[in-house]
Design a protein around this ligand. Structure first.
Ligand code: ADP
Ligand code: MG
Length: 440
């Protein structure tokens, strides 16, 4: 259930009945705070700057009022821009989820997908386009898409869309819209410099600010945040200890480089976990397959660059590990925001070297966060976990019978000792890895 519940329900917005029925079917009972504040203004036609923490329901804050205005199949009216292909696809799915009652087309436009598919989609006369800027601009230049009838433009993750690198494309896209249109910008983070840019883009906008308080960013309280000091050399061992010491459904590990997503995920895979890399150099079909496998829990550990840090809403991601330091505090907020969504519990662990200590100070300065130091999981804890795992596998007949008593005895003895690092790894290799994984 989501934060900030209140007495209002969705009936108060004046949505059409069919949309209301869909909302109910999908289990939404009360609007979140950002929805409550944004939706009436959106429906009145105001330009909007919506700032609210990660996982607080910003998508529905624009999707629902947009859908409620679309009563039947119509010409292209709405353009939503997002910074990543994955978020574009997710947003189209979100629109589709709520619009089953009406025969409208909502299509994604993004790089890496074949032109043929996109041309076919465009021929279907969509009412709504969700796009990443590059490919959209490409199709605009080729005069394949015409934005002359657009009435509403949304920039999701707007601070990202307006930063250097993106903003030129966004400006060029806007130059193709000749009509007057309503504009809405959303993000969990907006710096003052970005706000200056916003005022050049939008006139007379209404700002709804639920994520900044006294110049500090509010991060969801339900995300428990930890940090620990690591050396470059022992980072990977420490990571493995965290992976082993607790039970998690889904984990995202953020690293700095594309190449390292693959190296690390292979290492994790070889250690007996299900893991995949996600980075911007991967073929598009593989990116989509990876995200789907992660969503469907076929993969439990995703090793990603920052392309996974913005907007993705994946159920039951309960741990975020910042293996490499994020670029800045903003990036940290979005990375850890992949957990603890819709008021669910989440945990985030930040690895820092002593040299990177400044980042901890920055976090304290810029966030209302409750960051705590955490220790490397104790060898005893890990051994206990292994013992549990072993018992589980024995119970489920995954283990050769003649070895059961032997290993049980060894493990229970070792549990009582203070195990040194060397032994721990030896035990891991010999007992757990060799016997269990080979049998599986
Ligand atoms: P944000 O864009 O603010 O990070 P999302 O729009 O992705 O957050 O929403 C986060 C999660 O909360 C999604 O899974 C969404 O379905 C859910 N959610 C949004 N609004 C509501 C609501 N009113 N009631 C219940 N769940 C909601
Ligand atoms: Mg979002």
């Amino acid at each position: 259930m989501i934060n900030n519940f209140n007495k209002f329900n969705f009936n108060n917005f004046g949505f059409n009945e069919k949309l209301l029925r869909e909302i109910k079917k999908l289990g939404y009972v009360n609007p979140t705070k950002i929805q409550l504040k944004c939706i009436p203004l959106f429906l009145k036609g105001y330009n909007i700057l919506g700032i609210a923490k990660t996982g607080s329901g910003k998508t529905a804050a624009f999707v629902l009022p947009i859908l409620s205005r679309l009563l039947k199949k119509s010409f292209l009216q709405v353009l939503v821009l997002t910074p990543t292909r994955e978020l574009t696809i997710q947003t189209v799915n979100f629109f589709n989820m709520f619009s089953k009652y009406i025969n409208i087309k909502i299509i994604p436009i993004y790089g890496g997908q074949s032109y043929r598919i996109q041309l076919n989609n465009i021929k279907k006369k969509p009412s709504i386009i969700v796009a990443t800027p590059g490919r959209l601009l490409d199709l605009l230049k080729k005069r394949i898409i015409n934005l002359s009838s657009i009435k509403t433009v949304v920039l999701d993750e707007a601070d990202e869309m307006l930063r250097m690198g993106f903003i030129e494309d966004v400006k060029r896209i806007f130059s193709y819209i000749k009509t007057k249109y309503q504009m809405a910008l959303f993000s969990a983070t907006f710096s003052n410099s970005i706000k200056n840019i916003v005022s050049k883009f939008m006139n007379n906008y209404k700002e709804i600010n639920l994520s900044l308080f006294k110049n500090k960013n509010i991060v969801p309280k339900n995300i428990k945040q930890y940090y620990l000091y690591v050396n470059f050399k022992n980072k990977i061992n420490i990571l493995m200890k965290f992976l082993e010491s607790e039970n998690y459904n889904s984990i995202i590990i953020f690293v700095k480089t594309k190449i390292y997503t693959i190296k690390l995920s292979n290492f994790i895979l070889n250690s007996g976990y299900s893991s995949s890399a996600l980075n911007g150099d991967m073929k598009q079909f593989l990116r989509e397959k990876t995200i789907n496998n992660f969503k469907n829990k076929k993969i439990s550990i995703l090793v990603a660059t920052d392309i996974a840090s913005r907007g993705l809403d994946i159920k039951n991601v309960d741990l975020i590990i910042n293996y490499d330091l994020p670029m800045d505090v903003k990036s940290y907020i979005h990375r850890i925001g992949r957990t603890g969504r819709a008021n669910n519990k989440g945990k985030a662990i930040l690895f820092v070297s002593k040299k990177e200590k400044f980042f901890i100070y920055n976090l304290y300065k810029k966030l209302n966060c409750n960051l705590k130091k955490i220790n490397i999981p104790d060898n005893k804890v890990i051994l206990k976990k292994r013992f549990e795992k072993l018992s589980f596998l024995i119970k489920n007949n995954k283990f050769k019978k003649n070895k059961i008593t032997f290993y049980k005895n060894i493990l229970s003895k070792l549990l009582k000792l203070n195990i040194s690092e060397k032994y721990l790894d030896l035990i891991f290799l010999h007992i757990i890895y060799k016997n269990i994984y080979l049998i599986k």
